[in-house]
Design a protein around this ligand. Structure first.
Ligand code: AMP
Length: 302
């Protein structure tokens, strides 16, 4: 492999160094680590949007050194999912990363992450990976094994003080928090709010799959979540609130894979609001895209 470091500069003098190999990453971080510089990691699959940018901004504000990983992780895609067509634009991603003040982009090829003989998997068991997207009829627990394994590897490779994730993938964030606690990984996990388009659609690299008419219909997911939240906060039982959400989806001819209310931490199903925060999560196929979105209802903080 070519171990040459590549530094990309942008028109406004921003620059980012691209590392392709773990050895380069280790070498680049050795001195900062010795000097006790704080390191922030933002894992991404690229095709950056403002959701990613919000994580990069937080990392830049809170850490001395910011590493962004850019890796479309094949092990978290199931057979028949969109690995082959997942949108990619590395040039643009590097420019945006440079502009966001990222110091290093770690963008390894698949063989660097999964070399021949690779045989270890990190599995978070239980409801966390069995419900919602983890249901065998949906993406299944294998998806979260892929996520947990690659995130564990990234945390080990970079050794960040803080790692930044989005509430957009609420179940993924819950799985990662559990894994980090269970494996005593010395990192603080920050989960930041969902960034939305002006009309409410949650930003996602997969929104690129949406034809204009489906892009319009896609807004129904955030409308449905708002309807559930409003009804629940007005005192409706969660089943009634969820029915209001389903009606919003039906009006846009969207049949959800799921629209459920669960405990925000354990992801166990909930039927009433109660004391602990409730996560209302939705997944639906809209045209060529499978979209997910969610809203947190925190009764203590309405
Ligand atoms: P991805 O590149 O889709 O794997 O996402 C990388 C990180 O960005 C994950 O932690 C996502 O949860 C987060 N992210 C994706 N979309 C959004 C969004 N709309 N708002 C906030 N964070 C997001």
């Amino acid at each position: 492999m070519d171990l040459e470091l590549v530094t990309r500069e942008t028109s406004n003098d921003a620059a980012v160094t691209v590392l392709r190999a773990k050895a380069q990453l280790r070498a680049a971080l050795e001195r900062p680590r010795r000097e006790a510089v704080s390191i922030g990691l933002v894992p991404t699959m690229g095709y950056l949007h403002d959701g990613h940018a919000s994580l990069l901004r937080a990392a830049r504000a809170e850490c001395d050194l910011v590493v962004m990983s850019l890796f479309v992780n094949p092990t978290q895609f199931g057979p028949g999912e969109d690995l082959d067509r997942y949108p990619r634009d590395e040039e643009r991603d590097l420019r945006l990363a440079a502009e966001a003040g990222v110091d290093f982009v770690y963008a390894p090829p698949v063989e660097e992450v999964y070399p021949e003989g690779f045989a270890t998997t990190v599995e978070v068991r239980g409801p966390l990976t069995e419900v919602l997207d983890g249901d065998p009829a949906r993406r299944g627990a294998a998806h979260f094994r892929g996520v947990a394994t690659v995130v564990a590897k990234l945390l080990n490779s970079v050794g960040p003080d803080v790692a930044y994730f989005g509430q957009k993938d609420a179940q993924q964030a819950a799985v990662i928090r559990r894994m980090v606690a269970d494996l005593d990984i010395p990192v603080r996990i920050e989960v930041l709010p969902i960034v939305r388009e002006p009309d409410g659609l949650a930003m996602s690299s997969r929104n690129a799959y949406l034809e204009p008419a489906d892009r319009e219909r896609g807004v129904a997911l955030s409308r449905a979540l708002a309807a559930v939240r409003d009804a629940a906060l007005a005192g409706a039982p969660l089943a009634t609130a969820l029915a209001a959400g389903r009606a919003e989806l039906a009006a846009a001819a969207i049949e959800p894979e799921y629209l459920e209310a669960c405990d925000a931490e354990t992801l166990e199903q909930r039927s009433e609001l109660g004391e602990r925060p409730v996560l209302v999560a939705v997944a639906a196929r809209v045209g060529a895209a499978r979209l997910i979105d969610n809203v947190l209802i925190d009764p203590a903080n309405r």
